[in-house]
Each structure stands twice: as structure tokens, then as C-alpha cells.
Design a protein around this ligand. Structure first.
Ligand code: IPE
Ligand code: IPE
Ligand code: MG
Length: 253
């Protein structure tokens, strides 16, 4: 019998180990208040702060936030540049507090597409928090799921070509090891605010078995109660990973 390719990395607890969030709806939040779009992005920072605090309080080990997609480069120039400024500013303001709270920061995405100033801030914040042992907060910037898979495929192809990896040894585990979230278990729960029910090129590989939860709440209005609602939804799910419900109940697999 072949080994199943997807092995659960979760501990079957009612609390997800890894929550990923598509933070959507900032623009519409601003528009509904007759404000410019960038004020929606600014207002979203407090939801990020709350999410980090809540994740740590609820015992979540990994929180991954989608902050800027490969496709978001196509937005008007002034929106892109105000978002980039906001990232630098948020890092300047928040990193000390995150560090005090034992949070480890990691950034994933095509970071070489970012400005030198932002890359420097990213590197400093990763270095500063590298030894922290609390929540791991991963921020996806200039990230696309297809880009991630292409990078991984190139890396595998290089290894096969130089003989450091045999073609027959290319499996789930070897491939996952080349992805941006190689050191992180797959998300157990994906939350998307803003009403859309789509993945928008987020973690295409890693979300294979995630529970999906969507809300019409716009990102700047995402608060602890809404986060807890998503966590209760998760707690009520039976995760089967291809098994039958009876198998899960009797063996807990
Ligand atoms: C999400 O909010 C933030 C980013 C994509 C950077 P949006 O800016 O997409 O907000 P809406 O979807 O236009 O309301
Ligand atoms: C997804 O939101 C990307 C982020 C939240 C960073 P978008 O607003 O870009 O998604 P689409 O374009 O509506 O699918
Ligand atoms: Mg959007």
C-alpha cells in the first residue's frame, strides 16, 4: 500500500497549530468612510496587532499573514508606494514590542523585489527576533503561491542536475523543503476577511488540507471576537486527511 503523500502535521488539538490569514477589505473599508485607500491599510495595522496577541494567547504556534501579493504590484503606483512606506513604518514601530513578547518574525516572498530600505528593516527584525521561542509570525510580502512553487521546482531541478538529489527521491517532503515555509507545518486554518471566497495565489501547496473560513468582516474591523469565531469553527471540524470518520474516531489518526 503506498504511503499517503499528505501526513497530518497537526496534533489533533482543537486549537490550530498554524493559522494563515488573507487580510482583505482595507480599500472597501476606507471607501465606505469616504477616505483614501491608504487610510484603510493604516487602519488594518491594529487588526494585525490584535491577531498576533490573540494567536499567542490562544496557544497558536504559527501565524502567517498575507500582506502583499505578487499581483498587488499591478495596483496604482501611489497605493503600492504608500503600502511599502507603511511596512517600513510598522516594522519601526512594532518590532520592539514583538520582541518583548517573545515573537519570532519571518518574512517570505520575492524580497529582492522590495526597496533596499525595506529589505534592511526586514533583515534587522528577523535577526533581532531569531532566538525568540514564542509565536512565529510569518509575513508574506511580494508573495505568490505559483512563484513559490516555481522557485522550489527550479531548486529541485538544480539539485537533480548536479547529482545532490536523485529524481526518484523527489517526493512530498523533498519538495516541501524547498518552499518558503519549509520550516513551518502546513496551515490548519485559513481565514479570509473581506467577503471573497478565493485563495488569490496565497499558499497554494501548503493549504492542501487547511480548513477554510471566510467572513464578510473587512480587515480593519477584524477583532478578537471574530478571530474566536473562526477558532470555534475550527474546533468543530473533524479532520480526516482522507480517512473515514470512524477511523478518526477509533484511532485518532
Ligand atoms: C487587502 O485589502 C490589503 C492588500 C491587498 C494589500 P485590499 O486593499 O485588497 O482591500 P479591498 O479588497 O480593495 O477592499
Ligand atoms: C489578496 O487580496 C492579497 C492580500 C491580502 C495581500 P487581493 O485584494 O489582492 O485579492 P483579489 O485580487 O481580490 O483576489
Ligand atoms: Mg482586496
Amino acid at each position: 500500500m503506498p504511503e499517503p503523500s499528505i501526513q497530518p502535521t497537526t496534533n489533533n488539538s482543537s486549537v490550530p497549530r498554524h493559522v494563515a490569514i488573507i487580510m482583505d477589505g482595507n480599500g472597501r473599508w476606507a471607501k465606505s468612510r469616504n477616505k483614501p485607500r491608504h487610510s484603510g491599510h493604516r487602519a488594518g495595522v491594529k487588526s494585525v496587532r490584535m491577531s498576533v496577541e490573540t494567536a499567542a494567547q490562544r496557544g497558536i504556534e504559527y501565524l502567517t499573514l498575507f500582506a502583499f501579493s505578487s499581483e498587488n504590484w499591478s495596483r496604482p503606483e501611489d497605493e503600492v508606494s504608500s503600502l511599502m512606506k507603511l511596512f517600513v513604518e510598522a516594522l519601526r514601530r512594532e518590532v520592539d514590542e514583538l520582541h518583548r513578547n517573545n515573537v519570532r518574525l519571518l518574512f517570505v516572498g520575492a524580497l529582492d523585489e522590495l526597496s533596499t530600505g525595506l529589505r534592511k528593516k526586514i533583515a534587522q527584525s528577523e535577526q533581532k527576533t531569531a532566538a525568540n521561542t514564542g509565536l512565529q509570525l510569518t509575513v508574506a510580502i511580494a508573495y505568490g503561491g505559483r512563484w513559490d512553487i516555481i522557485q522550489a521546482s527550479k531548486s529541485i531541478a538544480r539539485k537533480v542536475a548536479d547529482g545532490s538529489l536523485q529524481l526518484d527521491d523527489v517526493n512530498d517532503e523533498a519538495f516541501s523543503a524547498e518552499l518558503q515555509l519549509s520550516a513551518v507545518p502546513d496551515p490548519d486554518l485559513l481565514i479570509r476577511t473581506g467577503g471573497e471566497q478565493r485563495i488569490s495565489n496565497f499558499l497554494l501547496w501548503n493549504l492542501a488540507y487547511a480548513e477554510l473560513w471566510f467572513t464578510n468582516i473587512l480587515w480593519p474591523e477584524f477583532d478578537q471576537n471574530v478571530f474566536d469565531e473562526a477558532l470555534s469553527f475550527y474546533a468543530g471540524k473533524q479532520r480526516r486527511f482522507g480517512h473515514t470518520g470512524d477511523q478518526v474516531e477509533t484511532t485518532g489518526c
